[in-house]
Design a protein around this ligand. Structure first.
Ligand code: AMP
Length: 176
């Protein structure tokens, strides 16, 4: 889906030297492109019996919220530490640059919920694997994970697959 690449801005050396930051705000601000991306993501989700979308803060909220609306299913926020108001469980993880903590509410899903994890980009997979573990801890059946951008050189999508979680990405930035 090369048309998607045309809407993604690359910012060299952000936020630290050596990182090619793939900026999806340029995609989000184009109504037609955003709608097409959500339709692509919704097509991938159909016929999987998904009952909730789990979006990872913050860009995963924008995509995941629109996708949940499109599918007519609920939305679960996977948030940075200290943001959620109710009882949470948390997990620390390593980023492509730095470390962080993710949390979910202990009652974020109900028995039998089938969940798709959504974020803008997968790099090393640290973030998405932390989200996967949190969702499994609260007894979600994680059906898969869905990203706009894959950085396959960093191995995150394969890491998810090795954990038994299918991973699908709309565009891939090979060796970049
Ligand atoms: P990772 O845990 O290494 O898979 O990193 C994925 C998370 O960090 C996602 O939430 C991305 O939004 C963000 N991220 C990591 N690397 C980049 C990058 N090169 N460009 C844009 N966002 C990135």
């Amino acid at each position: 889906m090369s048309w998607i690449r045309d809407h993604i801005r690359t910012i060299p050396d952000h936020p630290i030297p050596g990182i090619q930051f793939r900026d999806v705000t340029t995609l989000f601000q184009n109504g037609e492109a955003l709608q097409r991306v959500i339709h692509e993501m919704a097509d991938h989700c159909r016929d999987k019996g998904i009952t909730r979308i789990a979006g990872i803060e913050a860009r995963g909220f924008i995509l995941g919220g629109a996708l949940a609306h499109q599918l007519g299913v609920g939305f679960v926020p996977v948030r940075k530490a200290g943001k959620l108001p109710w009882k949470t469980i948390s997990r620390d993880y390593n980023l492509e640059y730095g470390t962080d903590t993710l949390e979910v509410h202990i009652d974020a899903v109900e028995a039998g919920d089938r969940v798709m994890i959504v974020d803008d980009l997968i790099a090393t997979g640290g973030t998405a694997v932390a989200a996967l573990e949190l969702l499994r801890d609260v007894k979600a059946e994680v059906v898969g994970s869905l990203f706009v951008i894959d950085l396959p050189g960093l191995g995150g999508a394969d890491r998810l697959r090795a954990e038994g979680c299918p991973a699908h990405c709309l565009v891939s930035y090979e060796g970049e």
